[in-house]
Design a protein around this ligand. Structure first.
Ligand SMILES: [Zn+2]
Length: 422
């Protein structure tokens, strides 16, 4: 039998056990075990409970021991919406926006997404790889153990494949789990400015059929004013699904376009942003299995007062998840703890709701709720340890990194641990 690991000293162990996905009041129960412990073998949890109960088990006697010495333990964060692979930054546009320019004005002047596209096209794959590798270490340092990452800063067949290959390379070299999404429909590239239909044809007939073989699992579209229409998004996502890519969609961020309804119609894995949804959209999302992935870091960074209506979505029974939207233009943060703070103060989610949204519901949206997102028997030992007494302090002390140790499949990703032989 392989070696086991006994993890003790968890002052507050949040298991997130329970129904999947979480809706309504079920989001409020984080499944806390005070003075908890876990037994892990081959990267998976074989027992979880109070320290007293776990230590009584015969199979813990010869296990290696890791005493966390207190702290709050959560399932590792599942960041289900990022644009991880990019070059350069957009700090100049940040300053322009502070001085009064809008996101859409900057985009029309050739800035915005297209300015990052120019830099990514010019960058060598190994430069993109090195930069993304550093970000991955930072994700782990803040308690994240799984990251979804979209292409979409290439917008040509070769550049999109370059990004997906960087992601595939990261999957081979990093222990943090990386999930690839193809997002060639981010904006229409300059060379197709007056021929969006020709770009659509290129994506549907030439690019989508090859990206599934480059490791992409999902297909995403930026369906919004100034990007792609609902009809265009439907065509792209349907073509993606025919090639095995499950749909995700950037919906109702800048304007209400009907993208959220399209997500429901297509049984998308996720509809993301949703700042501009109306009451009928909320009812439709609540009656569906589409995860509503809210990205409050984006509103915060853009200085917008209108956050997504998390309270209405949760109270209506929708599946709500939280993510960073890590990207250089609208949400340059990879700190899920800060996202929890924003969710609590700006969207009136309770700390327990925010944590469930950032773990188990996010795992559900990535089709991985059977493996990650909660600390239950049979699941991977993906966890994050925080130097705190109570989980509510994670969002409460905002802008601070409380994470002391991050573990993926039972091995340490970030932080140091002194394991003792059993
Ligand atoms: Zn995004």
């Amino acid at each position: 039998m392989s070696e086991a690991l006994l993890i003790t000293g968890c002052k507050q162990l949040l298991t997130l056990r329970g129904p999947v996905p979480r809706r309504g009041r079920a989001l409020r129960d984080p499944g806390i075990i005070p003075d908890g412990a876990l037994l892990v073998r081959d990267g998976r949890i074989v027992a979880v409970g109070t320290q007293k109960a776990i230590e009584r088990r015969k199979d813990t006697r010869r296990a290696k021991k890791l005493d966390l010495g207190g702290g709050v333990i959560l399932p590792g964060f599942v960041d289900s919406h990022t644009h991880l692979v990019f070059a350069g930054n957009r700090a100049e546009e940040y300053e322009q926006r502070i001085s009064g320019a809008t996101y859409e004005q900057i985009a029309r002047a050739g800035g915005g997404i297209l300015s990052t596209v120019r830099k990514v096209r010019a960058a060598d794959a190994d430069v993109l790889f090195a930069r993304a590798s550093r970000w991955i270490s930072d994700f782990a340092a803040y308690g994240t153990t799984t990251v979804e990452a979209k292409s979409g800063y290439g917008l040509s067949p070769t550049s999109e494949v370059k990004i997906l290959r960087v992601l595939a390379g990261l999957r081979c070299t990093q222990r943090l789990e990386i999930v690839s999404t193809f997002m060639g429909a981010h904006v229409v590239p300059v060379e197709f400015r007056n021929r969006p239909d020709a770009y659509m044809d290129l994506l549907i007939h030439k690019v989508i059929p090859v990206v599934a073989t480059e490791g992409a699992e999902f297909c995403d579209v930026f369906c919004d004013r100034g990007a792609f229409t609902v009809e265009q998004a439907r065509r792209i996502l349907t073509a993606g699904r025919a090639c095995g890519l499950a749909p995700r969609i950037h919906a109702e961020q800048l304007a209400r376009t009907g993208a959220a309804r399209l997500a429901v119609e297509l049984h998308a894995a996720s509809a993301d942003h949703l700042e501009k949804v109306n009451a009928a959209d909320i009812r439709a999302l609540a009656a569906s299995d589409v995860t509503c992935t809210l990205l409050p870091g984006c509103c915060f960074h853009l200085g917008l007062a209108h956050y997504a209506p998390a309270r209405k979505l949760i109270d209506a029974g929708a599946i709500v998840a939280l993510a960073t939207d890590f990207n250089p233009g609208t949400s340059p943060t990879l700190n899920m703890q800060m996202v929890l703070s924003l969710a609590c103060t700006q969207m009136r989610m309770t700390p327990a709701e925010a944590i469930a949204a950032a773990t188990i519901n996010a795992a559900y949206s990535l089709r991985r709720a059977d493996r990650i997102g909660s600390l239950e028997v049979g699941k991977f030992a993906d966890l994050a340890v925080f130097n705190l007494e109570d989980y509510r302090e994670i969002p409460y002390y905002f802008g601070v990194n409380h994470c002391r140790l991050t573990m993926k499949r039972g091995s340490v990703l970030h932080g140091s641990s002194k394991m003792q032989e059993g």
